[in-house]
Structure formats: C-alpha cells, structure tokens
Design a protein around this ligand. Structure first.
Ligand code: GCU
Ligand code: CA
Length: 137
C-alpha cells in the first residue's frame, strides 16, 4: 500500500517555511527549507511491518545545481539523495529511494548536506509491504 504524507501537514516538520507561491504542488503547499544544512524536512510515517519501503519524494529545484541530502531514518542515516535541477521552481519531479523501516511509527528526515539546503519538498509517498499478504490468482 502507498500512503502520501504532505510536507505541510503535521506531524511533518519543515525547518523553513510552508509556502504556496510556486504552482503545481499537492495539498495546500510545500516545504521551502532554510537554505543551509539546518533546513530539513521531516516526515512521520507508519509501516505495517518491518522491512524495506520505497519512498517517492516530490520536489522542485529551480536552480541548475543538484541539492544533496542524507536520508535519516529514526535518527540514523540510511542513504543519500541528489535532487537535480528541475528547470523551474514550478516544475516538480519525483525521486525514488528505498529505506528500511521498523514496524509502526518512523521518522524520515531529508537532511541537506550543502549550503543550498533542500529543494522545495511537496510530499513523501511511502510504499510498504503488506503485513498480511494473501495469495492471488
Ligand atoms: C527561491 C524560491 C524558493 C526556493 C529558494 C531556494 O527563493 O522562490 O521557493 O526555496 O529559491 O533557493 O531554496
Ligand atoms: Ca529554500
């Protein structure tokens, strides 16, 4: 199952400002993180069982330089991501990542690693395995 977590919706945390001045976002806005390594976006996501989850981060980067981030799951860096320029701040793209989640509640923080900070972050889609898979066919 896939669940969408909007960056502007609590308990998500935007170390920056929730804004809506660039069109094309989902929900009511996006996270414009502070431009610096402190400008994170954090989501609280639920998994039905421990295992690998597929994350899709929707973002816009109107600069020509990629913006990089650590993917910090429950306080531990689980991977990195590079958010390339999308051509304009109102042009959104999706970056797919895989991370380990534990059963129940998890925090997933996009923690920027350069002075540019994050791209603007729209949402996180989380696809988890089924906790009780049933045979089909
Ligand atoms: C511009 C843009 C913001 C973006 C920022 C940035 O100010 O309007 O939406 O977050 O650049 O460089 O991060
Ligand atoms: Ca910003």
């Amino acid at each position: 199952a896939t669940t969408r977590y909007e960056a502007e919706t609590s308990p998500a945390v935007c170390a920056g400002a929730i804004e809506s001045n660039w069109a094309g976002y989902s929900g009511s806005g996006f996270c414009n993180g502070d431009n610096g390594t402190g400008g994170y976006a954090q989501f609280t996501v639920t998994a039905p069982a421990a295992g690998t989850a597929t994350l899709k981060v929707r973002f816009a980067n109107g600069t020509t330089a990629a913006r990089t981030a650590n993917i910090v799951v429950n306080g531990t860096t689980a991977g990195t991501a590079s958010f390339e320029g999308t051509g304009a701040w109102n042009t959104w793209a999706t970056k797919t990542l895989t991370v380990p989640l534990r059963s129940g509640s998890n925090t997933v923080r996009l923690a920027p690693t350069t002075s540019g900070g994050l791209p603007n972050i729209d949402y996180l889609d989380v696809e988890t395995g089924d906790s009780n898979p049933q045979p089909t066919g």
